[in-house]
Design a protein around this ligand. Structure first.
Ligand code: MN
Length: 331
């Protein structure tokens, strides 16, 4: 298959120094050789990563630390220091190859004011394109009013927040004796979708109408359910008031990537529900195959104008990636 459409991919991970222990919750489930292979890919910014991008026709990868990162650090001060170090490290790596890499900041969300300041520094001084946060912090969700200072900063900077999966803070009873359900197969998606819905139903998008939240994994399954959110919220709102129907925040405030869901049917549903400006190609490197993801999007039964938007234009616009400069450098 020719991989002819230019691509930006935005859920592509690396391992900052000192973050390895945070990821042990899931890396320990892999065999030794798989762990070694994963580590070599997460730590590499050169040979392996660039060859993989070239093979898949990916022009630009927007890099972020792999989950759960500083969201799993119990010490708030240490989390803030690690986030700062990771952001400086990422900015250095991007400066070595600015035509092919951009980045999302890590943020310790333990203290919203500190997260807001680090976001400001990361975007204004380091040139990062927004932030990627791995879900809740030690069970705290960001719909709490104390986080409004963070949302105000994000909106003011006009950059998106990628809300990436993490383990449930407490394993739900529904997964008892079924550990395979708690992680990437199901639980991570439910956890992340629930967090996004908390933001929506708590009115964060009414208070900050220009916010952009990115959900991976084809919107963590939410695009299939928009009609039902409207229909049942109209009956069971329990006194909650929103300025719009729940479905209307999708596409407007919540946009999605195709990371880790290479299904044409799921893509068609997402495009139909959210619009073709709200869906963006991604891989979830190195957990997923860039080649499989590229073949999936290149063979999708959509018009080439839509493919171009999904693969490149939507991300370039949202992240303000200077496409003329990139093109010149790649050529
Ligand atoms: Mn990921």
């Amino acid at each position: 298959m020719t991989r002819r459409t230019r691509k930006i991919a935005l859920e592509e991970h690396f391992m900052p120094r000192g973050f390895q222990n945070y990821s042990k919750t899931f890396t320990k489930l892999m065999g030794d050789s798989a762990q070694t292979e994963l580590a070599s890919r997460l730590e590499d910014f050169d040979r392996l990563r660039i060859a993989d991008m070239d093979n898949a026709g990916i022009d630009v990868c927007v890099l972020s630390p792999t989950a759960p990162g500083v969201q799993a650090e119990p010490d708030a001060k240490l989390a803030a220091e690690r986030a700062r170090e990771a952001n400086n490290f990422l900015a250095d790596q991007i400066s070595r190859n600015p035509a092919r890499f951009a980045g999302f900041a890590s943020l310790a969300m333990h203290e919203p004011q500190i997260a807001a300041r680090e976001l400001q520094r990361s975007v204004s001084r380091l040139g990062l394109k927004g932030a990627l946060v791995n879900g809740h912090t030690l069970g705290a969700y960001y719909d709490q009013p104390v986080y409004d200072v963070f949302w105000e900063t994000l909106q003011g900077l006009d950059v998106p927040l990628y809300l990436h999966p993490i383990d449930h803070w407490q394993v739900p009873v529904a997964y008892a004796d079924r550990p395979e359900l708690a992680g990437a197969v199901w639980g991570w998606g439910v956890e992340t979708a629930s967090h996004a819905l908390r933001l929506l139903f708590s009115g964060v998008f009414d208070r900050f109408p220009k916010l952009k939240i990115i959900l991976g994994h084809m919107g963590e399954g939410l695009p299939m359910l928009l009609w039902r959110f409207d229909s049942r919220f109209a009956v069971y709102s329990q006194g909650v008031k929103l300025e719009r129907r729940p479905s209307e925040y999708f596409g407007r405030n919540i946009v999605i990537t195709t990371s880790g869901v290479c299904s044409h049917a799921a893509l068609s549903c997402s495009l139909a529900e959210l619009g073709d400006d709200a869906v963006m190609f991604s891989v979830d490197y190195p957990y997923e195959s860039s080649a499989v993801a590229a073949d999936f999007i290149e063979s999708a039964p959509i018009g080439d104008d839509v493919r171009q938007r999904v693969c490149f234009d939507n991300a370039a616009r949202l992240l303000k990636i200077d496409t003329t400069q990139k093109q010149a450098k790649i050529a």
